[in-house]
Design a protein around this ligand. Sequence first.
Ligand SMILES: Nc1ncnc2c1ncn2[C@@H]1O[C@H](COP(=O)(O)OP(=O)(O)OP(=O)(O)O)[C@@H](O)[C@H]1O
Length: 355
Amino acid sequence: MVRKTDDLDQSSFVATDYELNSAFTFENWVVGDANELATSAAIAVSEQPGKQYNPLLIYGSSGLGKTHLMEAIGNKVQELEPNAIIRYITTDDFMNDWVDAISKKKTAEFTSNYENVDILLVDDIQMLQGKTVFKKIFNIFNKITKSQKQIVMTSDVLPKDIPGLNTRLVSRFMQGVAYDIQKPDYPTRLAILKNKAEETGMNIDIQTLSLIAEEVDSNVRELEGAFNTLTLMARSGKKINVANAEKILEHLNITKQKVITIEDVQRVVAEEYDVSLADLIGKKRNSDIVMPRQVAMYLIRHLTDISLPKIGQAFGGRDHTTVMHGTEKIADLIEKDLTVKQRIETISAKIKERQ
Ligand SMILES: Nc1ncnc2c1ncn2[C@@H]1O[C@H](COP(=O)(O)OP(=O)(O)OP(=O)(O)O)[C@@H](O)[C@H]1O
């Protein structure tokens, strides 16, 4: 990602603007069961921006290709319409720009920069968690979609699951379509590796590629990491074969991820706070039980893909709104209190270690 403009004097406001990554194209994108719908929607948007699927939201866990797919839309539009104004921005930068514009009294410039686009690509909208720029975003988004210009967003969760996100904004974000990207299955992982091998012009035997595809099933970023290490090894004169690939996987400490369950989290949290499992999931409401219970709910939300109602069920049949409230409370505490943040990080690490 290359920042285009920022060498102006201190008092002028310049909205952040990134060059699109030219490697993130549809040509370099492997389609599989896990991303088929999101891919079709992305292609449709790139062919007719602003006409349908507006806004388009692509969501899913880290390293599964959300940014790639979003930028592929931008690259395609740029290719079809070289004069199109395409703005790619991370949510963090968007918010920093807003603060900057306010401090420089340049909010009109801010608005005009963001509204006057053909496509606005906004990465990582989950970063809006706990932020207060709702009204501005809401208005800008309205203006863009009303003028039949396109918005594409990525997030690691659905807007309704972003703690503390304003409900009007949630429904604004969901007014178009939302498609998720799941973890790629084995054939897709293998196809991604084959593409990479072709791109780099390396002659890697299928057994070695299959081994990596088989073992690295967490996300595509890690898959690429293992592949890149392998090619580095080759450049330093070592042979690329199954034996060396095994060494790399061992060295990178890559083993198939086991799925973290509700019980895994409940057990570790109960131990850490020295409460019984029965109390953790039971009816007691005293504060020394409520806090660990909410921590457990928070960690389940963050470490698993389990839905709010299912989590509620696993805590004595509680309602999903109770889980949401508990999760938000802990997210707030983490923001405000460093000790809580560190403690929860330690517990989270313990849960992962036990896998
Ligand atoms: N289906 C795919 N085909 C080809 N490359 C892929 C695919 N999925 C992911 N990748 C590659 O995996 C890497 C990670 O993808 P990307 O950065 O888009 O993930 P992300 O979901 O946006 O992650 P994060 O939420 O952490 O930002 C990129 O190099 C991307 O090109």
